[in-house]
Design a protein around this ligand. Structure first.
Ligand SMILES: O=C(O)CCC(=O)C(=O)O
Ligand SMILES: [Fe+2]
Length: 337
């Protein structure tokens, strides 16, 4: 049975099965409560590494979400990436259909194809994913979108650098070598699978009332080690709900702000850390009456360990599994067809 997101929030008492009750709570609207999302200054990283590591560890073990600033990715490059993303989404549907998402590759374009287990309804969005080794035939030509591929490549490289920096702090706290995760996200390997995802949440200006019952992105945790999320000021909607408080349905807005990259731990790193680093549930809600109704763009970078990497925590809480097998399981539960 599928629980739809238009089920009234907090009305789960009638359900006998714990799983259904829990799922309907996740899919429900819940309440908005304020929580402090830690903000961490990465300036002068090499000199301040110990101090930054403590702040990242505290945030990642307490709430699993944090925002970093002075992060080293040029704002002009971020702006250019959003400009190119919008140019891509503005292409005619027939053109975008030439670059279809291939199952299991995290590469290519999809339109309303992602159904979250928490809601059972397709996210109100389209997306285009870039996973470098899997892009054959999926790049728009220079004629179609001048500079697109070069911008994505540069953006990808900067995000990888930032991601590896943050992961190096978690590595040492977990008792691994500083470059432990860097080696396992080797960008030159053929089984590299970190991903840039351009997302367009459809504008709601002319939407039907029932469209507001669905989600821009249904509640989920990310599959990866670490997500670096770029958002646009004024285009809010991201909310999180920390694990222990899930039953309360208390969700917290994470407003986008210029200069900040929102980071969250994904399931892969939670497992790799024997559950010490928290992969926190989040979602993108529809705008409320009176809020900005236009389109929403966001660009996450997912640090996903290379396929051959073996995920095994220092304390051995879970049996070792390759990153390839781990991601396959998660993707199969999320994409139709
Ligand atoms: O668009 C956002 O703000 C969040 C996107 C997200 O959570 C995801 O793509 O995993
Ligand atoms: Fe996410």
């Amino acid at each position: 049975m599928t629980i739809n997101s238009d089920m009234p929030a907090g009305n789960a008492d009638g359900y006998a099965l714990e799983e259904l009750r829990r799922e309907s709570t996740i899919g429900g609207i819940g309440q908005t409560v304020e929580r402090q999302i830690p903000r961490i200054d990465l300036a002068d990283f090499d000199r301040r590494r110990a101090e930054i590591t403590q702040a990242l560890w505290e945030a990642a073990t307490r709430i699993g979400f944090f925002q970093v600033y002075n992060h080293g990715i040029p704002e002009t490059l971020i702006d250019e990436t959003f400009d190119q993303a919008w140019k891509f989404f503005e292409l005619p549907t027939e053109q975008k259909s030439l670059y279809p998402l291939r199952p299991g590759t995290n590469a290519g374009w999809e339109f309303r194809a992602q159904v979250r287990p928490s809601t059972g309804t397709p996210d109100h969005k389209e997306s285009y994913q870039v996973t470098r080794p899997n892009m054959s035939g999926l790049w728009p030509s220079e004629e179609t979108l001048p500079g697109f591929q070069a911008t994505m490549a540069e953006f990808e490289r900067h995000n990888w650098t930032l991601g590896m920096r943050v992961l190096s702090c978690f590595a040492t706290e977990l008792g691994f070598e500083e470059d432990f995760f860097t080696k396992r996200h080797d960008p030159d390997a053929s089984d590299y699978q970190s991903t840039v995802r351009l997302i367009h949440y459809l504008g709601m200006e002319d939407a039907k009332p029932e469209d507001f019952n669905s989600w821009r992105a249904g509640a989920h945790t990310d599959f990866d080690c670490l997500t670096l999320l770029h958002q646009r000021p004024g285009q809010g909607g991201l909310q999180l709900c920390p694990g222990k408080e899930l039953d309360s349905g208390n969700w917290t807005d994470v407003p986008p702000e210029k200069g900040y990259v929102t980071c969250n731990i994904g399931d892969m790193l939670m497992r790799w850390s024997d559950d010490r680093l928290l992969s926190t549930l989040h979602r993108v809600r529809m705008p409320r009456p009176g809020e900005y109704m236009g389109k929403r763009l966001s660009v996450p970078f997912f640090c996903q360990a290379n396929k051959s990497a073996i995920i095994a925590g220092p304390e051995g809480k879970y049996p070792p599994i390759s990153a390839a097998d781990y991601l396959r399981e998660r993707q199969n539960a999320n994409f139709r067809g």
